[in-house]
Design a protein around this ligand. Structure first.
Ligand SMILES: *[C@@H]1O[C@H](CO)[C@@H](O)[C@H](O)[C@H]1NC(C)=O
Ligand SMILES: *[C@@H]1O[C@H](CO)[C@@H](O)[C@H](O)[C@H]1NC(C)=O
Ligand SMILES: *[C@@H]1O[C@H](CO)[C@@H](O)[C@H](O)[C@H]1NC(C)=O
Ligand SMILES: *[C@@H]1O[C@H](CO)[C@@H](O)[C@H](O)[C@H]1NC(C)=O
Ligand SMILES: *[C@@H]1O[C@H](CO)[C@@H](O)[C@H](O)[C@H]1NC(C)=O
Ligand SMILES: [Ca+2]
Length: 445
């Protein structure tokens, strides 16, 4: 019997706190929809952004390799040890547990000695590139909350690309390029995360930080720096998360930047440690990865504070009368106004944007500013009457006024057609901005 695992487990939060001690617990502040508190006037609710706890997301992924048979050991092969390239009697054998290096070993518990790792077969077909794709799929939209860290057991690759998908693997975009020589490998100027500013945050860079040096013992990690990017808005110690959340609320590109459904590590050229590849002994060249860290939370559009893993599937526990894998739409019969994401900033500064039942009150409620009944920029007066802009008439301002005039709207369809676009633009504008801004827009128009 398997029980659904709540990602809101207190235990996982403790782990997060320990792992990120130098970052204050501001995170936790926003992680529940509301909590009970007291003021001088008595008990009250304090509201928080409605989102699940951040967690170790590698427990919930599926991993795919391309080419599929690139893992070493089938048939068994020998390769050179990492410390001493002249000792070439290490064996990889997929059929023997102690000598096998399957992909799962990139996600098991690390911290023991010796490490466990996935390993590719060696570069037997040199000079044909030794290219391997490692694809991690969640089948769920995830928001990253901490650096992606890949720890190599071999030397770090001389060329590599981290890619992401937002549409379940249908399309891919680069996240970051890595090379010993960015110009040579990707014709990109080398940069580091320290070159990035608020204005260039969405730029994709090539970095040489994580490729240089054939140093086994020291730094073996390749990173994608999430926290340094957060810090551009939230300050160096992430004290001001509200500032970051304010930006996330208003900037879709920024939200999407930290959002993924899949990641792909494209290994393009293994570490060689020398300018020349030793063609007589290609067993020295291969990829080996001991650990991959991906920390994040289910994206529930600020409409759920927990996410459940059941039957190998992550699902948001949607609130606010929303539904869908990411709480991305209103429930049936709750579609009285357009769906909209909740907000990172808590109530009262932000808004929950709850979905509203279709039939609220008797039908004699002709209109309602919240529910967008008046058309073409009409404004609802006392819920009984739409006050129409000069060009429109009708109960819901649905009719162009020229229709009633002698000669009609220019005597043909074209006149009417030319009057329609403003309404359409208003509607599409509203669906983008959400009902929060509705009042203001109607007045402006
Ligand atoms: C993987 O399979 C392909 C085609 O089936 C073959 O050409 C290639 O040599 C195999 N690679 C390894 C490392 O076994
Ligand atoms: C890896 O993925 C890229 C696209 O992301 C694709 O072009 C390539 O063929 C894939 N396979 C290998 C072995 O590189
Ligand atoms: C992905 O999730 C959807 C439901 O959200 C499900 O219908 C589909 O079968 C899943 N796909 C895979 C490959 O697990
Ligand atoms: C690699 O080189 C070492 C020493 O030069 C040699 O002993 C070993 O047999 C070579 N291995 C292969 C696979 O050629
Ligand atoms: C969902 O709609 C019902 C009315 O059917 C309402 O009572 C409930 O409060 C709504 N939920 C939220 C979170 O607003
Ligand atoms: Ca491992």
């Amino acid at each position: 019997m398997r029980f659904p695992l709540l990602l809101t487990l207190q235990a996982s939060w403790l782990t997060v706190c320990v792992a990120t001690q130098h970052y204050p617990t501001t995170w936790g502040h926003y992680d529940l929809c509301k909590s009970h508190g007291y003021t001088d006037e008595g008990p009250t609710w304090y509201y928080m952004a409605c989102q699940p706890e951040a967690a170790d997301m590698t427990k919930y992924l599926k991993v795919f390799l391309d080419p599929p048979n690139i893992t070493c050991g089938d048939p068994p092969e020998t390769y050179c040890t990492l410390e001493n390239p002249y000792m070439c009697n290490n064996e990889c054998d997929a059929a023997t547990e102690e000598l096998a290096h399957p992909p799962e070993l990139m996600f098991d518990f690390e911290g023991r000695n010796p490490t466990t790792f996935w390993q590719s077969s060696s570069w037997k077909k040199y000079p044909k590139p030794l290219a391997v794709n490692i694809t991690l799929s969640w089948n769920k939209t995830i928001e990253l909350t901490d650096d992606i860290v890949i720890t190599f057991e071999s030397g770090r690759p001389e060329q590599m690309v981290l890619e992401k998908s937002l549409d379940y693997g249908r399309s891919w975009q680069p996240y970051q390029f890595y090379a010993t020589d960015c110009l040579d490998a990707f014709t990109m100027e080398p940069k580091t995360v320290r070159d990035i500013t608020q204005h260039t945050l969405l730029d994709i860079i090539c970095t040489e930080e994580y490729s240089r040096g054939y140093v086994w013992k020291n730094d073996k990690t390749v990173r994608f720096e999430i926290k340094d990017r957060f810090a551009l808005f939230a300050g160096p110690k992430l004290h001001n998360m509200a500032s970051l959340y304010g930006q996330l609320d208003t900037t879709k590109n920024l939200r999407d930047f930290f959002t993924i459904t899949d990641l792909r590590i494209r290994l393009l050229r293994p570490a060689t440690g020398a300018t020349m590849v030793d063609e007589n002994n290609l067993s020295r060249y291969f990829y080996a990865i001991s650990d991959i860290k991906v920390h994040g939370r289910c994206k529930c559009n600020l409409h759920a504070n927990s996410c459940i893993y059941d039957k190998e599937k992550l699902t948001c526990e949607c609130e606010h009368n929303t539904t869908g894998p990411d709480c991305g739409r209103c429930k049936r019969n709750y579609q009285a106004r357009a769906w909209s994401a909740g907000s990172y900033l808590p109530i009262p500064k932000g808004t929950a944007n709850i979905c509203v039942p279709n039939s609220v009150g008797p039908v004699t409620r002709v209109c309602d500013n919240e529910l967008l009944r008046c058309q073409n920029g009409g404004v609802c007066v006392n819920n009984v009457r739409c006050q129409c802009p000069p060009a429109y008439t009708g109960l819901l301002c649905e009719k162009p006024r020229c229709e009633n005039e002698p000669g009609g709207c220019g005597g043909s369809d074209s006149g009417q057609a030319s009057l329609r676009p403003p309404g359409l633009i208003l509607l599409s504008l509203l669906s983008v901005l959400g009902p929060v801004f509705l009042g203001e827009i109607c007045w402006i128009l």
